[in-house]
Design a binder for this molecule. Structure first.
Ligand SMILES: Cc1cc2nc3c(=O)[nH]c(=O)nc-3n(C[C@H](O)[C@H](O)[C@H](O)COP(=O)(O)OP(=O)(O)OC[C@H]3O[C@@H](n4cnc5c(N)ncnc54)[C@H](O)[C@@H]3O)c2cc1C
Length: 426
């Protein structure tokens, strides 16, 4: 069997590994180039930042070419990484089982989670690597009954230098990303083609028989017996729409709002991001110096990087986004979600104050980077792991399949879904 996997993020790389190691001939097509991490010191950008010369968040791709940001409504920025490794190369390495809504459709991914966790190696950041203020906020959260706990991470702490910047790429290879699975797929014979953007699925007699690819300025057709879309919540929906198959207008992104305070000499970047988290009802809170807000959000400009303290709210929101054929996304934030965000950030401010963080507390840039839900699985699809809108020969193996927003890290779930789908394909 010849399989074409479109995308090499959490879903695509897992699918490629599963298929290639089980004897399929696999080619991975990714629109992005090979990833290069940002290795300069963040401190070096301070004079430009303070003077407001970094411009808007769109300029983040000048620092890290893989980053793509887009305003999907007036105040919501969607973030993704177009690169070999997808969004996993800019992740914080948090690894949790995000299963919101899976029980409703009768999907239990426990065997896949067990297998992936054992393969990747998950552990927490040891307490002695936490900054004192982060430990203080943990204690304050505990006293408020927020039940904080160390975050499970896919980070090798012996190689991690605590630069605090997992999300601009790990220069030391300490943080797991999906290129490890891709490497295993390549050793099993899989071919990987970077800078190969899939435009549409080619159908013949109602069956998917290949994809049309833009590569090196030329359009070409690549044929396969199984076409596996894993281009992420936006990319997969865009390819489907261009192929005459309507995705669902139910994109979600997990809203991220970081509350910024200040504490002299906090040096929050001298620890890995998000070393602990509190899981609340539909959201988490976690210490996080949000680099997007630090660089590009005007209200955050007056505080230097050594004194800035951030705590994130990551909230599960309504799945209400629509992806258009040109990749534009329209995604409003509804009033109920705004109210939940306000309540969660009040809780964060109280916790920060209790730990001695000073105000003024300033909201960061509202953004979301967990893009899913555009080809949601329904109960009747779970046996075959194939949504019924897909024609024969076509599969989806990424976060698009997950029906609901999680307010939790999503990489492990994207990989678990892809693992189950690939085994069904075989
Ligand atoms: C800054 C940031 C930090 C994050 N941190 C964490 C974290 O710590 N823990 C966690 O669990 N999750 C984290 N996430 C979320 C997580 O990375 C994603 O949910 C997960 O990677 C989704 O997997 P996926 O396979 O659906 O998509 P992706 O990983 O986004 O992969 C999609 C792939 O498709 C490619 N592609 C897109 N369009 C096309 C096309 N037309 N043709 C060919 N290729 C295409 C892309 O280049 C990419 O390689 C983070 C996300 C971001 C943005």
């Amino acid at each position: 069997m010849r399989a074409i996997v479109v995308g090499s993020g959490a879903g695509g790389a897992t699918a490629a590994r599963e298929l290639a190691t089980r004897g399929a001939e696999v080619v991975v097509l990714d629109a992005g180039a090979r990833f290069v991490p940002f290795t300069r010191r963040v401190g070096a950008t301070e004079p430009l930042r303070r003077a407001g010369l970094l411009g808007s968040e769109r300029n983040v791709s000048r620092f890290i070419p893989a980053y793509r940001t887009a305003r999907s409504s007036e105040d919501l920025v969607l973030v993704r990484s177009i690169a070999v490794g997808g969004c996993t190369v800019v992740s914080c390495g948090n690894m949790v089982r995000a299963v919101e809504g899976l029980g409703d459709i009768g999907l239990d991914l426990t065997p896949e989670f067990d297998e992936l966790e054992a393969r990747i190696g998950i552990r927490a950041v040891p307490r002695e690597r936490w900054r004192p203020l982060t430990a203080g906020m943990f204690n304050a959260a505990r006293e408020m009954g927020l039940d904080p706990r160390p975050t499970p991470k896919a980070v090798d702490m012996e190689r991690c230098t605590s630069c605090g910047l997992c999300e601009v790429g790990c220069p030391n290879g300490a943080r797991w990303d999906s290129r490890r699975f891709l490497g295993e797929a390549v050793r099993a014979g899989c071919a990987v083609r970077p800078e190969a953007e899939v435009k549409r699925v080619v159908l013949d007699g109602g069956r998917a028989v290949g994809v049309q690819v833009l590569s090196g300025g030329r359009l070409e057709m690549v044929r396969g017996d199984a076409i596996v879309l894993a281009a992420g919540g936006i990319g997969t929906a865009q390819v489907l729409r261009a192929s005459g198959i309507a995705p669902s207008d139910t994109l979600w992104a997990d809203l991220v709002l970081t509350i910024g305070g200040r504490s002299k000499g906090a040096r929050q970047l001298e620890e890995p991001p998000m070393v602990w988290f509190s899981q609340r009802d539909g959201y988490i809170i976690s210490p996080y110096l949000d680099v997007l807000s630090h660089w590009f959000h005007r209200p955050w400009r007056s505080v230097g990087v050594k004194d800035r303290v951030g705590v994130m709210v990551k909230l599960a929101e309504a799945a209400n986004g629509r992806v258009l054929e040109d990749g534009t996304v329209v995604k409003p934030v509804d009033e109920e979600d705004r109210e939940r965000l306000r309540r969660a950030s009040d809780e964060v401010r109280e916790m920060m104050s209790a730990a001695g963080v000073q105000g003024p507390f300033v909201d960061g840039l509202l953004h979301g980077g967990h893009l899913g839900g555009t080809v949601p699985l329904r109960r009747e699809d779970v046996d075959g792991m194939r949504p019924s809108i897909l024609p024969p020969g076509l599969w989806v193996a990424d976060l698009s399949l997950l029906p609901r927003s999680q307010g939790l890290p999503t990489m492990l779930t994207a990989a678990a879904l892809a693992m189950r789908v690939s085994r069904r394909i075989i």
